[in-house]
Design a protein around this ligand. Structure first.
Ligand SMILES: Cc1cc2nc3c(=O)[nH]c(=O)nc-3n(C[C@H](O)[C@H](O)[C@H](O)COP(=O)(O)O)c2cc1C
Length: 359
């Protein structure tokens, strides 16, 4: 039986997780919208970017750390917000948070968490951020944001690519719903269904999002809390510029891991336009298809401040609980440091666009 130490890559965790998870949970985690083209393209677009390593640079001492909203992080890596961690492991988001803490990696907690914000906050020593959906009930959204702030979350990340839920056909075929014995720990309200009915999460959790969300809602959220608010789900430079106009403290280039608009461009493809529009005013984080330290290097060479990983963390959690997540994060951090060395970069500022082959 393979041990965690035998898992050398995120891909190895993905393969092992497929054997550990039941079909319904595995399909929920891996699925994308409709034909899943964007899911595949997210991974492939990074691979198409070839690297031009520099040689004869002293890389014996390397510093992979970056500044994220005023806090020094050991690596340009965050845990992306993903729902329902207790489907992967009984300890759920608490186990993920513990691993993030051990690695010093910030974690963004999903609104659709199966553990309470407070229990997750007390499990990690690294910065905890909270992801927020703009619910049909704006009062509930404000209260959730304030609860996250009171629990110690140092930033909010409002997801803007979800006016409606993308259609994930695997979940519909499987009749997916939140498993019995699990709860949407932070979304409970008297009289509201919390995912135990319906086919696919969209049917039962419709009230947690709202098709009328606009930039005004970003301002509403900013007014509700003192912590910085980042915008997640931007794929265009003009939208990134609008996000900043409306007070975003950072922009996350994301297509929700291909789970929303199938056919949306890969995040590696979207990144340059966003970086150009942002012009260094706020951090640019990117997620989607990051599976190797070399993908992190590519993202930073294109001007990203940091990357997030979604599914890789879920695979680690399914395979080895907290230790599995830790191993996934450490693998990416180690690969990134080695990729820096092999590309001739001693510090993150050395990772520049000339490392990438231009067509
Ligand atoms: C199973 C799953 C659940 C997700 N849940 C959320 C969520 O609750 N909120 C959110 O903003 N994004 C959510 N996402 C999107 C991730 O934050 C992230 O954008 C995406 O997973 C990145 O792609 P990757 O999985 O290829 O790393 C989810 C993604 C997956 C795979």
């Amino acid at each position: 039986m393979a041990t965690l130490q035998d898992m050398l890559s995120v891909d190895a965790f993905e393969a092992a997780a497929a054997g550990r998870l039941g079909k319904v949970a595995h399909d929920y985690y891996r699925s994308g919208a409709w034909g899943e083209r964007t899911v595949r393209e997210n991974v492939e677009a990074w691979s198409r970017l070839w690297l031009r390593p520099r040689c004869m640079v002293d890389v014996s001492v390397r510093d992979a750390s970056v500044d994220l909203l005023g806090v020094r992080s050991p690596s340009p890596l965050l845990v992306a917000p993903t729902a329902l961690h207790r489907m992967a492991h009984d300890e759920g988001e608490v186990a993920t948070a513990r691993a993030a803490g051990v690695c010093g990696i910030p974690m963004v907690l999903s609104s659709l968490s199966t553990c309470t914000i407070e229990s997750v906050a007390s499990a990690t020593t690294a910065p905890l951020w909270m992801q927020i959906y703009i619910s049909q009930d704006r009062g509930f959204t404000r209260a959730l944001a304030q609860r996250a702030e009171a629990a110690g979350c140092r930033a909010l990340m409002v997801t803007v690519d979800t006016p409606v839920w993308g259609v994930r056909e695997r979940d519909i075929h499987n009749g997916f719903r939140v498993p019995d014995g699990m709860r949407m720990a932070n979304l409970e309200r008297p009289g509201q269904p919390t995912g135990h009915t319906g086919r696919g999460i969209g049917e039962s959790l419709g009230w947690t999002i709202d098709a009328s969300l606009t930039w005004k809602d970003l301002e509403m959220l900013r007014g509700a809390v003192k912590v910085p608010v980042l915008v997640k789900g931007v794929l265009r430079g003009d939208d990134a510029a609008k996000a900043i106009e409306h007070g975003a403290a950072g922009v996350v280039v994301s297509n929700h891991g291909g789970r929303q608009l199938d056919g949306a461009i890969a995040t590696a493809t979207a990144l340059p336009d966003v970086v150009q529009a942002v012009a260094g005013r706020v951090p640019v984080i990117v997620d989607g298809g990051i599976r190797r330290g070399t993908d992190m290097l590519r993202a930073l060479a294109m001007g990203a401040t940091a990357v997030q990983v979604g599914r890789p963390v879920l695979w680690g959690l399914a395979v080895g609980g907290s230790e599995g997540v830790e191993r996934v994060l450490r693998t990416l951090m180690e690969e990134f440091s080695l990729a820096m060395a092999l590309a001739g970069c001693a510090k993150v500022a050395d990772i520049r666009a000339d490392l990438l082959q231009r067509d």
